[in-house]
Write a protein that binds this ligand. Structure first.
Ligand SMILES: [Zn+2]
Length: 118
């Protein structure tokens, strides 16, 4: 089935991206450790290092978020529920998934949810 093949490619892509993210996360942890080690200077130094630490934290939390999305998508692929809307259980359009590979909703449900927020 061609559809299955598409999913297999996506799965490969996701697994590759997961590896990249894991590497990035572990290297940002490394940086965090280095920052802690130099955090013994005067007040000026301390201000800079806490800024750096914040930056590292922001980067890694974004990566962790993406990693979480990837894990969920991989799980869905394995369960055969990938690309199915969490709201109406209909298939999410291929085009939408290409743009938003981690979306949980079809465009109808998404606009309904966003409409509720207004
Ligand atoms: Zn839906």
């Amino acid at each position: 089935m061609p559809k299955q093949k598409g999913l297999l490619n996506l799965k490969k892509k996701l697994i590759k991206r997961r590896e990249e993210l894991l590497k990035m996360i572990s290297s940002s942890k490394e940086k965090e450790r280095n920052i802690s080690e130099v955090d013994r200077g005067d007040d000026v130094d301390r201000a800079t290092t806490s800024e750096n630490r914040e930056m590292v934290f922001i980067i890694s939390s974004r990566e962790r978020e993406e990693l979480k999305n990837i894990e969920q998508a991989l799980l869905k692929i394995d369960n055969g529920t990938y690309g199915i809307c969490d709201g109406c259980e209909k298939k999410i359009s291929k085009k939408r998934l290409e743009i938003l590979p981690f979306t949980h909703y079809c465009s109808d449900c998404q606009s309904e949810i966003e409409g509720d927020l207004k």
